[in-house]
Write a protein that binds this ligand. Structure first.
Ligand code: NAG
Ligand code: NAG
Ligand code: NAG
Ligand code: NAG
Ligand code: NAG
Length: 309
C-alpha cells in the first residue's frame, strides 16, 4: 500500500515535471538576443562542414540532400567528391549527414541566414597547407586526392567548431540554447576524435609526395591556427612536446586539451581570423570570400579592418 501510493505520487510528480519542462521549453523558444547571435554564428561552420563532408563522400551536397536548408544561398566553390576508401567514405558520409541535422536544429530554433558563399577549392586548402609550412608545397596539396589528404583537410574544421562551442557555452543564458550547444559540441568532439584516431594510426607515415609525416602536418596546422586565432596554445597536433601531453607525461596527443585536459575554447573573433585565413575578423577571405554571416560576423565586416571598436 505504502509503496504503491509512493510510486503513484512519484508518477504524478514526474508527469507534472514533464508538463512543466515542456511549457518552459515553449516559453524559451524565443531566445535572448545574445544566445541567438552565438547560435547563429555557429551556422557558418556547420554549413562548411556539411558541404565538405557530404560532397567529399558522395559528390552531392545540401542542394541534393536537403535543399530547403540552403535558404537559397550560393553553392560552394570548388568542392568535389574525394578519392576515398570505402571505410573512410562511410565515416565521412555519416559526418555529412550529421551536419545536415545540425543545420536543421539551428534553423528550427533561430531564423539564421542562407548558406554563405564558401570556397572549398583545392587551392583554398593548398593555401592553408602552404601557410602552415611557410613554404609552397609542390605539387600543391590536394585535399580530395586520397584518404590521408582528405583526413588532414577535414581535421582543419570540426575542431575549430568544437573550440567555438566550448567558448560559447559559458556565455549562454537560456536552457534551450545550452541544450542545443551541448548536443552540437558532443557530435563535433566525436568527429574530431574519430578523425584524429584515423590520423594517429598513420602518424609516422609520410604524406606523399611531401617530405613530412602525418603528425608533422597536424602539428603545423595547429601552429597555424594558433597564429591566425592570435592566441597562445589552443590547438595541438598529434605528437607534442611532453609538457603539452596529458599530465605532462606523454608525447602522444590523441585529443587536444589544456593542463587539466579540458577542451580549449575560442571566441567568434578568433574563429573568424582562422577560417578567413587572414588572422583578422575584419578581413574576409579563405573559405569565406564574402565573409561569414550573422550579426557577430557582419559586425566585424561592417566596421572594416582598420576601425577601432
Ligand atoms: C524541407 O524538406 C523536407 C523534405 O525534403 C520536409 O520534410 C521539410 O518539411 C521541409 N522543411 C521546410 C522548413 O520547408
Ligand atoms: C547574410 O544573410 C542575410 C539574411 O539574413 C542575406 O540577406 C545576406 O545576403 C547574407 N549575406 C551574405 C554575404 O551571405
Ligand atoms: C578560391 O580560393 C582560391 C585560393 O584562395 C582562389 O585562388 C580562387 O580564386 C577562389 N575562387 C573564387 C571563385 O573566389
Ligand atoms: C586514390 O587513392 C589511392 C590511395 O588511397 C591511390 O592509390 C590512387 O592513386 C588514388 N587515385 C587517384 C585518381 O588519385
Ligand atoms: C626529408 O626530411 C629529412 C628530415 O626531416 C631530411 O633529413 C631529408 O634530407 C629530407 N629529404 C628531402 C628529399 O628533402
Amino acid at each position: 500500500m505504502v509503496i504503491s501510493s509512493t510510486s503513484s505520487a512519484i508518477f504524478a510528480t514526474t508527469i507534472l515535471l514533464i508538463l512543466f519542462a515542456s511549457a518552459t521549453a515553449d516559453r524559451e523558444f524565443k531566445l535572448p538576443k545574445s544566445d541567438e547571435m552565438l547560435l547563429e554564428f555557429s551556422l557558418n561552420l556547420e554549413y562548411l562542414e556539411c558541404e565538405f563532408f557530404l560532397n567529399g563522400a558522395t559528390g552531392w551536397g545540401l542542394d541534393q540532400i536537403q535543399p530547403n536548408l540552403t535558404g537559397g544561398g550560393p553553392p560552394p566553390i570548388g568542392v568535389r567528391k574525394a578519392n576515398l576508401s570505402l571505410f573512410t567514405r562511410d565515416i565521412i558520409y555519416q559526418f555529412g549527414l550529421q551536419e545536415v541535422g545540425h543545420i536543421r536544429a539551428i534553423k528550427s530554433t533561430i531564423r539564421g541566414f542562407p548558406r554563405p558563399l564558401m570556397n572549398l577549392s583545392e587551392r583554398a586548402f593548398a593555401n592553408v597547407m602552404n601557410d602552415a609550412f611557410g613554404e609552397r608545397l609542390y605539387p600543391p596539396f590536394d585535399p580530395y586526392a586520397n584518404d590521408i589528404n582528405y583526413l588532414l583537410a577535414s581535421s582543419v574544421i570540426p575542431y575549430v567548431g568544437l573550440t567555438g562551442y566550448v567558448g560559447a557555452n559559458p556565455k549562454l543564458q537560456s536552457r534551450l540554447a545550452k541544450k542545443i550547444v551541448a548536443g552540437l559540441l558532443g557530435i563535433e568532439a566525436g568527429q574530431d576524435a574519430s578523425l584524429r584516431t584515423m590520423l594517429y594510426e598513420q602518424k609516422t607515415r609520410m604524406v606523399i609526395p611531401y617530405n613530412y609525416t602525418v603528425a608533422e602536418f597536424t602539428n603545423r596546422i595547429s601552429e597555424l591556427r594558433n597564429m591566425l586565432g592570435r592566441t597562445d596554445i589552443k590547438d595541438e597536433g598529434l605528437i607534442v612536446p611532453r609538457y603539452l601531453g596529458a599530465e605532462g607525461r606523454v608525447m602522444g596527443n590523441i585529443l587536444a586539451g589544456d593542463r587539466n585536459s579540458l577542451s580549449y575554447s575560442r571566441t567568434p573573433e578568433q574563429i573568424l581570423g582562422i577560417v578567413y585565413q587572414t588572422g583578422n575578423p575584419h578581413i574576409p577571405g579563405g573559405f569565406y570570400p564574402r565573409g561569414a554571416n550573422g550579426t557577430i560576423a557582419r559586425k566585424y565586416l561592417k566596421y572594416g579592418p582598420y576601425s577601432k571598436e
